[in-house]
Design a protein around this ligand. Structure first.
Ligand code: SAH
Length: 487
């Protein structure tokens, strides 16, 4: 009995459409094939490599038959190469082939053997013709609603626009489909300025190649068809000397003159934003033992709270959370506008508790005990701050022991904030949970610094942020939502 020889199915991307952009592996897969199957346009792009081969050209809507034919012929022992333009795994034939295989119950080891061969996808080839538009995060979205409901596509456009992705629109329009690109532009414009760069690349690396630069306000005035990829910049993209560029972000951290680190940045840790850095201005007389970029901005507790009065009102309004939030916001925005306010004296006999920061975590003092709230975000030697870890820890806090009292007492802080003395480290953690996101925490620090009075305590000047200190939960949520604008 003759066993059927095992066949092979190559799933190949031929790149944008000229010989210099087909990979040698894709070409080898074409050369070794007994049979080539593909959409007419793609077959034509490689027809000079096809002499002596059985070629099956198919039309646009015959994909399923094409995939089935490819699988059947390969199963019976042939070497079949199925070609897509660009990369076969990007809106190409590969997905359908695997669906057909699954339907027929094909198992690994069965005939045919399946081989995927990558190709240069349209976004890469189109991108290369206009510059470097995808150096930062990008999203590919096909505007074809032939197989995908428009509501799904619309939602993806909206999400990508909101997420500030560079957006590559595939299948942007055809003879019959003209509405989608208009709708896509409308959605993206909600999130990006009309001056955002847009490139239209038609038939990249083919004879009909045509490249058009425009912007979000004007790109619909140009021809957009089936062979066009539309590249829409992010908020960071720019056009420079005819090149469309989305920067990776090096300029945020390094000087582009000599590659040196910018002030306050560190090679191995997360980028510090301008807001991060603004709150890191060194104090006038820092303790020599302190790394002042790591510890600053203390919250100091007094036994009183500025909120007593407002609290009652908030309780009254408790049944309407909207009213509460508005009241809280109103309070935050109107009460402590005190940048140039006079310096007040804090009585030194008042019992002080404070909050500072070490290595990205919050330092909290409750009575005589010190706690680290949250986790250290950077490797930090606690001894430089006069502490060491005790074994006592919760998921939310770690108790610190004092190793050198003199170092601890030299620590200078610049923000005062009132906490009730009963507040446990856990409660402080919950209140400050926004601190888990450092850029938000920096915005909070800045806001507090900018909007607080100055006070004198034991001849040191601090920022009096007691107005913020004992705020009820609703105030914090309101603060988070409306001032820090975090969800
Ligand atoms: N598998 C292909 C994509 C097929 S979807 C790839 O990886 O590139 C078809 C869409 O791809 C077209 O509507 C167009 O938006 C884009 N496209 C494919 N080839 C292109 C080319 N040479 N120039 C510009 N856009 C192209």
């Amino acid at each position: 009995m003759n066993e059927t020889p095992k066949g092979k199915l190559n799933i190949v991307g031929i790149g944008p459409g000229n010989d210099s952009h087909i990979t040698p592996a894709a070409l080898a897969a074409i050369k070794e094939a007994d049979s080539i199957i593909g959409y007419t346009t793609y077959i034509n792009l490689v027809k000079h490599h096809l002499s002596g081969k059985q070629v099956t050209r198919t039309g646009m809507t015959e994909e399923i038959t094409r995939a089935q034919t490819a699988v059947e012929s390969a199963k019976s022992g042939q070497t079949v190469t199925l070609i897509s333009s660009g990369d076969a795994g990007v809106y190409g034939m590969a997905g359908l082939v695997f669906e057909v295989l699954r339907k027929t119950g094909w198992k690994k080891g069965d005939s045919p053997e399946i081989k995927m061969i990558p190709g240069i996808s349209a976004d890469s080839s189109c991108g290369s013709l206009v510059g470097a538009p995808m150096v930062h995060d990008s999203a590919r979205i096909s505007l074809s609603d032939l197989l995908t409901p428009w509501t799904v596509i619309e939602n993806r456009i909206e999400s990508a626009a909101k997420g500030d992705f560079v957006i590559n629109l595939y299948n942007p329009a055809s003879g019959r489909r003209q509405r989608q690109i208009v709708e896509a532009a409308r959605i993206i414009k909600k999130y990006r300025p009309g001056t955002t760069p847009v490139a239209l690349v038609k038939s990249a690396y083919r004879r009909q190649e045509n490249i058009q630069f425009s912007d979000l306000d004007h790109f619909l005035e140009f021809e957009i068809g089936m062979n066009t990829t539309v590249i829409i910049g992010s908020s960071q993209s720019f056009v420079y000397e005819g090149f469309f560029v989305t920067p990776r972000g090096y300029g945020n951290k390094y000087s582009l003159d000599d590659g040196s680190l910018k002030p306050g940045q560190n090679r191995a840790v997360s980028l510090r934003t301008e807001n991060d850095l603004a709150s890191r201005i060194p104090k006038e007389s820092p303790s020599p033992n302190l790394n002042i970029t790591k510890i600053q901005g203390a919250f100091v507790k007094t036994s009183t709270t500025v909120f007593e009065h407002e609290k009652e009102e908030i309780v009254e309004a408790h049944d309407s959370s909207v009213a509460t939030a508005l009241r809280a916001l109103n309070f935050l925005e109107n009460s402590p506008k005190k940048k140039d306010a006079q310096i007040l004296e804090l009585r030194s006999e008042e019992k002080i508790q404070y909050l500072g920061r070490i290595g990205g975590a919050i330092l909290y003092r409750n009575e005589e005990d010190y706690y680290l709230i949250g986790k250290l975000k950077r490797p930090t030697d606690l001894e430089t701050f006069g502490f060491y870890n005790s074994a006592e820890q919760d998921q939310k806090w770690t108790k610190l022991n004092i190793k050198d009292d003199s170092i601890v007492s030299q620590n200078q802080f610049d923000i005062l904030i009132s906490f009730s003395s009963e507040d446990s480290p856990e409660e402080v953690y919950d209140l400050f949970s926004i601190y888990r996101n450092s850029s938000i925490s920096e915005r909070l620090w800045n806001y507090v610094l900018d909007n607080s009075k100055k006070i004198l305590w034991e001849s040191n000047q601090y920022t009096d942020a007691r107005w913020l200190g004992h705020s009820p939960k609703q105030v914090w949520s309101s603060f988070r939502d409306n001032i820090l604008k975090c969800d």
